[in-house]
Design a protein around this ligand. Sequence first.
Ligand code: BYC
Length: 321
Amino acid sequence: MELLEKNEQVQTELLRHFENKIEKGDSIEPRDKMPDGYRKHLIRQMSQHAHSEVIGMQPEGNWITRAPSLRAKQILLAKIQDEGGHGLYLYSAAETLGISRDEMISQLHSGKAKYSNIFNYPALTWADIGAIGWLVDGAAIVNQVSLQRTSYGPYSRAMVRICKEESFHQRQGYEIMAKMMSGTDAQKEMAQDAMNRWWWPSLMMFGPHDSESPHTGDAVKWKIKRHSNDELRAKFIDKTVQQAEVIGLTIPDKDLKWNDATGHYDHGAIDWNEFYKVISGSGPCNHQRMEHHKRVHAEGAWVREAAEAYRAKQEKQLLHS
Ligand code: BYC
């Protein structure tokens, strides 16, 4: 009995330590005691973030062989490789919470774990590659800059590195759009068409409005989120409207209007029916994205087996040395 009470006291003390750290804004590290809800919340968000990075390689990968110049091809290859790297940092950071990479992948394949809505749309033209870099990476940066101050140490440190690379990605996308907007009428039309198709799904990347966001309460309490979905969406719109104006692109929203009182743009209604349809598996490319991932994952089994055999051999050698 005494032992039980003592154990309870220790647990309470450790949890108080966690709450104090959160209160002070110190980072939580893998060995720290943390509430089960905090751990689960992070596993959900970080694994989904990692899946998004990796699935996000598909729409762009489709254009490597069709890039319009050697320079464009090199830049696109480097960018896509970066996205794979981001996925790996994030899987590693999530593993520190006690989930294995295999479990995360099987949750992705079973549909239990989501990935960003945005990667379920097709990249139809070269201008889409510009729009992905400019709008999709642009939206991702706004979200990830805020996550640099998230309370979980490994996640926050991964974000610092990822943000540096994302800003290069955003600029390469903007450069493609700017170049097309200074080209022929057909190129300008192509750029505007890409803008029209990617604008609204990019706004959806920030998630549902705060009033409809079930995870925001805990995320703010635990300082996982430092800004809400709507705050970050507003930040993204404010900076992107100006960038569009500079190169002559029109934002496809007739209700977009500067609001002096809020200091932000007001925007038209987002089609949340489309968002929920896409994130629950019925977007234009969901099936294609998952089938591709499953096939390539299965084809890569021999690499994982070889790495495992090498690790076991090294361990054996170490034991006998
Ligand atoms: N897509 O309560 P909420 C990149 C789900 S990749 C799909 O607001 P939360 C790149 C949400 O998961 C970078 N699902 O949730 C790569 C939840 O469902 P579950 C991607 C979404 O977590 C390659 C439900 O809706 N960035 O840059 O508080 C090439 C309710 O939402 C989405 C990240 O992953 C969505 N957009 O807030 C180019 C950022 N939004 O889990 C570029 C990390 C919401 O209960 N994630 N849902 O089944 C986050 O910051 C947060 O998870 C979110 C959502 C702001 C996205």
